[in-house]
Design a protein. Structure first.
Length: 232
């Protein structure tokens, strides 16, 4: 067997391991007009009671990372830390001012890809963890496949022009399960659409407080002003 075939066989086995248990893939990202990303991405696979279950789950999570986020690890502004929560193990990636090139796909089919052309961003990717075949009789599946936590949310600086997810403001979210799949796509403006509503609310509240303070000061000054009595 050639080296390339051995690598493909190993990746295939890791994918089977990922599909044998629940996957947690959570991405919550924000895009800035300066072509940078902030947010968090969790890539993890559930474990079971077998002695080497945690190692297998980590290997499976690494395979998912290699397929969906091939250029993320090691990119500027990315911090990778071990993730262990609710029997899931894998990696949490924290992004701070990370260039959008960290989601360039790297030629991997279905990988999360974010590009900019002119004043528009284009985001694509595929969330598909469905097995190619049904489990063999007697084969156990770790966790409930319907409970797999798989979601991607990306907030753009400007108006969302096209999308096939769930839109809220300028943020698009896609969700699926281990038994489903979704081809993600969104196109959005890179030009900020103005301050968010909460910023206007804060500004209005601050203006009201200033006005009240001025009124209080004026009232106090008037009370302290001396009263001139007529000479008599």
């Amino acid at each position: 067997m050639t080296r390339s075939r051995k690598i493909l066989a190993a990746l295939g086995m890791l994918l089977v391991l990922a599909l044998a248990g629940c996957v947690r893939f959570q991405a919550d990202l924000r895009v800035s007009p300066e072509d940078t990303l902030d947010g968090d991405i969790v890539v993890a696979v559930i474990t079971n009671d077998e002695p080497d279950s945690a190692d297998k789950a980590r290997d499976a999570a690494d395979d998912i990372e290699a397929r969906l986020l091939p250029a993320l690890r090691g990119a500027d502004g990315v911090t990778a830390t071990p993730y262990e929560q609710d029997d899931y193990v894998g990696t949490r990636f924290s992004l701070a001012g990370t260039p959008i090139d960290a989601l360039n796909g790297g030629g991997s089919e279905g990988a999360l890809t974010l590009t900019r052309a002119g004043d528009e961003y284009d985001f694509t990717g595929t969330l598909d963890f469905t097995p190619d075949s049904e489990p063999t009789p007697g084969e156990e599946v770790d966790g409930d496949p319907g409970d797999a936590d798989i979601s991607v949310s990306i907030a753009f600086p400007g108006e969302v022009l096209e999308h096939n997810g769930e839109l809220q403001g300028s943020s698009v979210t896609w969700t699926t399960t281990l038994e489903g799949s979704v081809d993600m796509h969104a196109r959005a403006s890179a030009i900020p659409s103005g301050p968010p509503w909460w910023l206007w609310a804060i500004a209005a509240g601050a203006a009201l407080l200033i006005a009240l303070a001025v009124v209080v000061v004026v009232i106090r000054l008037r009370r302290r002003a001396p009263v001139n009595t007529p000479a008599g």
